[in-house]
Unconditional design. Structure first.
Length: 262
C-alpha cells in the first residue's frame, strides 16, 4: 500500500501524496505500523503523541482494524498532543474521539494510554500534572539534566489558520521554551477558549513527526505552509524546530492540488 503514495520533495519537505482519503489513511496506517516495529526493535517500545480534530478519525478507524498480531499494541504507549478543556465524555473531547474510533476497538493495556486529568476543572493544574506524567514516563538517562521527551512519533494536524496541536497563531504557548504542556489561551475569530497543548520543544524532540492533512478545505493552507515559509504559521514554526529528515507530510491529492501544479 505504501507504493500507492507518490513522494515528492518541495522546499526540503517530504510530501507523501495518496489519490484519495481512504488510500491516504490505509498507507499512513501501514507506515505507522512499520515505524512502530522499528522503534520497538531499537528502543523496546513505541510512543506516540496523537492528534485530535476531525481529520485523524479515519486514520484511527483504519488502525483500529489492526490486531495484536498486526500491530504491537502491548508495547505501544499513547499520549495526547492536545486536548480541549471539556470532560472526556464531551463530544468535543479529543480523548473521546480517539477512544471512540481507536481505543475501544484494540487490545491495548489501559496503563499504556495517558489521557489528561481534570482539564475541564482546572486547565493550568491539569497541564502541570500531564507534564509530570510525561517526565515520569520519559525519564532522562542523565538525572542532572531536564531533558525533553523523545516520542517515537508525533502525529500532527493542520488547521485552516495554520495551527497545529493547540498552538494557534499569536498564542502565548508558541513562545514556551521549557514547559512540556501548557494551558494555552486561544482567541481567534472562531474561538475564545483554553486548550491544553504540548509545546514546540516537545514536538521538536520527537524522532519522527508526521503531518496529516486532507481535502479541499486544506488546499490553500497546505500550499502556504509548504511554499511560503516566511508566513510564520505555528505549523511552520514546529517544522522549523525539527531536525532535517524528521518531518513528513501525508496528504491526499485534493489537499495537494496547488503543490502538484507547481
Amino acid at each position: 500500500m505504501l507504493s500507492a503514495l507518490k513522494t515528492i520533495v518541495v522546499h526540503n519537505q517530504t510530501i507523501n501524496i495518496a489519490v484519495d482519503q481512504s488510500h491516504l489513511f490505509a498507507a499512513l496506517a501501514e507506515r505507522i505500523t512499520e515505524l512502530a516495529r522499528q522503534s520497538i526493535a531499537q528502543d523496546g517500545l513505541f510512543s506516540m503523541a496523537l492528534s485530535g480534530g476531525s481529520t485523524p478519525k479515519g486514520l484511527y478507524r483504519q488502525m483500529a482494524l489492526l490486531s495484536e498480531q498486526q500491530f504491537p499494541w502491548n508495547m505501544t504507549y499513547l499520549f495526547l498532543g492536545d486536548e480541549r478543556c471539556v470532560p472526556h465524555s464531551d463530544n468535543d473531547s479529543n480523548y473521546k474521539m480517539i477512544s471512540d474510533n481507536l481505543l475501544s476497538h484494540i487490545s491495548i493495556p489501559s496503563t499504556n494510554v495517558f489521557p489528561t486529568i481534570n482539564q475541564d476543572k482546572d486547565p493550568d493544574q491539569s497541564a502541570k500534572v500531564y507534564e509530570q506524567t510525561l517526565r515520569r514516563f520519559f525519564k532522562p538517562k542523565d538525572k542532572t539534566q531536564q531533558e525533553f521527551p523523545h516520542f517515537s512519533l508525533a502525529l500532527m494536524g493542520l488547521g485552516e489558520d495554520g495551527h497545529t496541536a493547540s498552538l494557534f497563531p499569536g498564542s502565548e504557548a508558541l513562545d514556551e521554551e521549557s514547559r512540556l504542556c501548557v494551558a494555552n489561551k486561544v482567541k481567534t475569530d472562531a474561538l475564545d477558549t483554553t486548550r491544553l497543548t504540548l509545546t514546540r520543544p516537545v514536538f521538536a524532540h520527537a524522532k519522527k513527526v508526521f503531518f496529516l492533512a486532507s481535502g479541499d478545505s486544506k488546499t490553500k493552507i497546505f500550499n502556504d505552509v509548504v511554499s511560503h515559509p516566511e508566513k510564520g504559521y505555528p505549523s511552520q514554526l514546529v517544522i522549523g524546530d525539527c531536525l532535517p529528515g524528521v518531518v513528513e507530510w501525508f496528504v491526499d491529492e485534493p489537499c495537494a492540488r496547488l503543490i502538484l501544479k507547481e
